[in-house]
Design a protein around this ligand. Sequence first.
Ligand SMILES: *Cc1c(COP(=O)(O)O)cnc(C)c1O
Length: 455
Amino acid sequence: MTVENAYRSLPSVDRLLADDRVRTAGDGAAPEVLTGLVRETLESVRSAIARGEPAPTYDQIVEAVLHHTRAVLRPSLWPVINATGVIIHTNLGRAPLSREAIAAMEAVSHGYSNLEFDLDEGERGSRHVHLESLLRQITGAEAAIAVNNNASAVLLALSALAGEREVIVSRGQAVEIGGGFRIPDVMRQSGTRLVEVGTTNRTYLRDYEQAITEETAAILRVHASNFRIIGFTESVPPADLARLAHERGRLMLDDLGSGCLLDTTRFGLAPEPTVQDSLAAGTDLAFFSGDKLLGGPQAGIVAGRRELVDRLKRHPLARAVRMDKASIAGLTATLAHYLKGEALEKVPVWRMIAMPLKEVERRARRWARAIGPRARVVDGRSMVGGGSLPEESLPTKLIAIDGESGWVTQLARRLRTGDPPVVGRIEKDALLLDPRTLGREEGPALVAAVKAALD
Ligand SMILES: *Cc1c(COP(=O)(O)O)cnc(C)c1O
C-alpha cells in the first residue's frame, strides 16, 4: 500500500466517535475532549505511517484511542501498598498520616476556614499562628514557622539571614541528600557563599574558627541523613559550634533533616539527633521536614530564635514557599499527638517503628497462611529510611515467595502493576514482603493481590 492509500484507509474522526467503545471510554469527558483525543490518536497513526509503518486495522486504531484516553483521563497518582519494609519511603510518598491528621485535612478542605482570619477581632490574621504555639511547646523553641518543605526552609533561612555573605560548612557535610538536594547548590541559589572546612572524614573546631572572616554570616551543620562516614572520623558537636558562633557574633544553623522528636534508642536504633537537643545545645535555627520521622504531611519547619524567625516571616520568599491550608491542618493534628504523648500509638511511622516483633510475626504468619503453600515466613530487617538513621534497621519477619529469578521478577512486576499495586523487594530469588510497613486495614488487600498475581 502506498502512503497515500494507507492514509485514505484510516477511519474518519466521526466514525471513531460513533463507535460504542470510544463513546463509553470518555467516561463523562466533554465531547470536544474526546474529539481531541481521537484526533491526536489519528495524528500519531499518520506519523507512524509516514515513518514507513504499515496502516493499522480499524480495531487497532480503536484500541489506540482507548489506550490514549485512559492514559490522559485516568489519574496517575494512586495508593500503593508498601511491603518494602522501608518505613519512610520517599518514592512511595514518605509518611502515611494518622486518622486525626487526615480528618483535620478533610475538615478544612470541604469549605472555608480561618486560615488567615482572626475570628476574635474579625480581621485579617496570619496562617503562621496555627502551628507556632504547638511547635514552641514541643521543641522548646522561642518561635517557629513552617513552609513547603525542608529544602525551602533552608533556602529561605539562608536567603533571609546570610544574603551575599559566607556560610561555613564542614566538607563532610556539603552533601547531596537525595532527589538532587545538594547543600552547595541550595547555598548558591540563596546567594550565600559556601566556605568548606576540614576534610571529608575529619573536621575540628579550629577548622571552623580559622575560617571565620568579616564576611561570615553563619556556621551551618548538616545532618548526614542518608549515609554514614565510619572509621577515622571527627566532627564537632552542635554545642561547640554554637558556642564558637556566638563568641564571634555569628549564627549557628542546624539542618536536622528528619525532624525526630522522640528517642530512637528505645527501639534498638542509633540515636537520631532530636530537634529539642539541637535547640538546647544553642542552635539559633533548626530546620527539619514534616514528613520524615515527624510523621506528618509535607512541610519544612524552622524552629529557634524569635527575632530570626520573624525575619523569615517577612522575607518575600516566605510567600513563595508557604504551606497550604490542608497541610497546615494535617501538621497541626500530627503535632498534637506528640503533645498528648500518644505519638507511638497514633503516628503511623512511629507505630511501625515501635511495632513489636511478635506482632509483625503474627501478621506475617496469618497472611502467609492465607496466601497458601508458596509463601513462607523468614527473618529479615526493616529500614527506617527517608533520610534518617542510615544503615539502621529493625528485626522483622518477612513473607517470602521463592522461585527461579526470572519468575520472581515477573511476579514482582505483576504485583506492582496490579490493583492496588503492591511493592515488595527481591533478594536472592525470592520476593520478600514486609508486614511492618502495611497500614492497619491493608492485610486482606495484600493477600488478595498476591494470590491473584500467583494465579
Ligand atoms: C531530607 C532532607 C532535606 C530535604 O528535606 P525535604 O523536606 O525533602 O525538602 C534537607 N536536609 C536534610 C539533612 C535532609 O535529610
